[in-house]
Design a binder for this molecule. Sequence first.
Ligand code: GBH
Length: 477
Amino acid sequence: MRKLPNGLKIGVATASYQIEGGWNAGDKTPSIWDTHCHKEPCPIKDNTSGDDTCNSYKYYKRDLEMIKFLGFDFYRFSISWPRLLPDGFTNKISESGREYYNNLINGLLENNIEPIITLYHWDLPQKLQELGGWSNPLIIDWFGDYAAVAYQLFGDRVKTWITINEPKQIGVFGYGMTRMAPALNISGIADYITAKNMVLAHARAWHIYDKQFRPTQKGTCGITIATDFRVGVSDSHDDVEAGLDAMDFEVGLYSHPIFTSKGGFPERVIKRVAEKSKEQGYSKSRLPEFTDEEIEYAKGTSDFYGFNHYSTKFFTRDTYTPGKHPIPSYDDDIGADFTYLDYEKGAVPHVTVIPHGIRKALKWVKENCNNPPIMITENGFATFGGLEDIDRIFYFRKYLNSIFDAIEIDGCNVTSYTVWSLMDNFEWDSGLSVKFGLFEVDFNDEKKTRKARLSALWFKRLIKTKCLDLEHIPEMK
Ligand code: GBH
């Protein structure tokens, strides 16, 4: 038995496109994920989409019941930008969109559950994509304007705001590759252009909150960065360097401009992309530069570090041969391979269970980001289904134990922990077949019936007893 660290809040998360359904309900317009999933042939592994998914647009009251039943302190959900602003701009606020989020927020508060809102969890209005989306620097204005509307409408009741969820997944997988919408496949270019614009758009949303809303609303605002851990596979100089480079491409690209006193992109990334670009005949680096003014504008613009973590990868340069990845590309710029070590694997083959990795990643944030308050905004484990998810319980138990070490031994300032996810939902390119939920969802049933898994009951007990029980496994009633 291990006591939960004092004051650590425990919550659970979802995201709009993954759970809401109602893709064309009311006056909602398509997001880039609607467009992506409706392509022929469908680019999603099991040919599904988020058209209906959990239909939380209709059944959100059931979600409230579930969160309440488990006793979570807070619920992290996201706003669908095109549901609230059907034109993408602030000319028109959707009555039905606004009502949906008001009902959800009020329902949470009535049940004593704190609402935490993510403004952008990947569902950009399609119209803004046609104007270039995150590759157009005007998005700094568009996103700031959208954020201001959300603060204005909901900020009297919502005190924690997350601007952008996981810039890497948006830029590298969406603009650089084809895994995520809008699947542009312009690697080594679009991923870096969007990185800069996302950093500045986040900073804009933070400055607006800080100046115009914080004085009266008195909340906090920050960004969430996917902070999977990367490290060299051995202690050899080359492997250690490969690991440090990989971590800066994975995380530093987004954290360095916002959390360090120096600001701007990390030195390792600047250097590698500049050298490669030169070799490849570009007249200047493919990595855009920040002006001095932009560096100052972005620095210190997050009240907390939003930390998503799933696993760890080990890197080496020994086996890397140029040409392995397209040239130019983000992966070629890193110039290192990851290798699978013999760690326990989850049902989903690429998920390796490496609990000490989360402790190291938290320590990395402490040391490289000015020891910020850290909100763990996502952590979770995928299966292919079943209610008796013992493997998920093992994952949570080991990862939480390692997080508690980070807090109690390493002195990391972790203020909250969030489970991904409340229920099975639309898992992006993997569709509906990969399950992250504490609750199982029957997607074939019109009511999208949700049933508690063993892991849900395990969390209920953890929250109630404020103890991490390192032995007990609940039983299905
Ligand atoms: C998050 O992204 C999303 O925010 C969320 O919407 C999604 O449903 C959830 O995670 C589950 O996938 O071996 O170290 O490379 C996920 C980003 C990137 C997390 C790849 C896992 C692989 C672990 N993912 N990463 S590692």
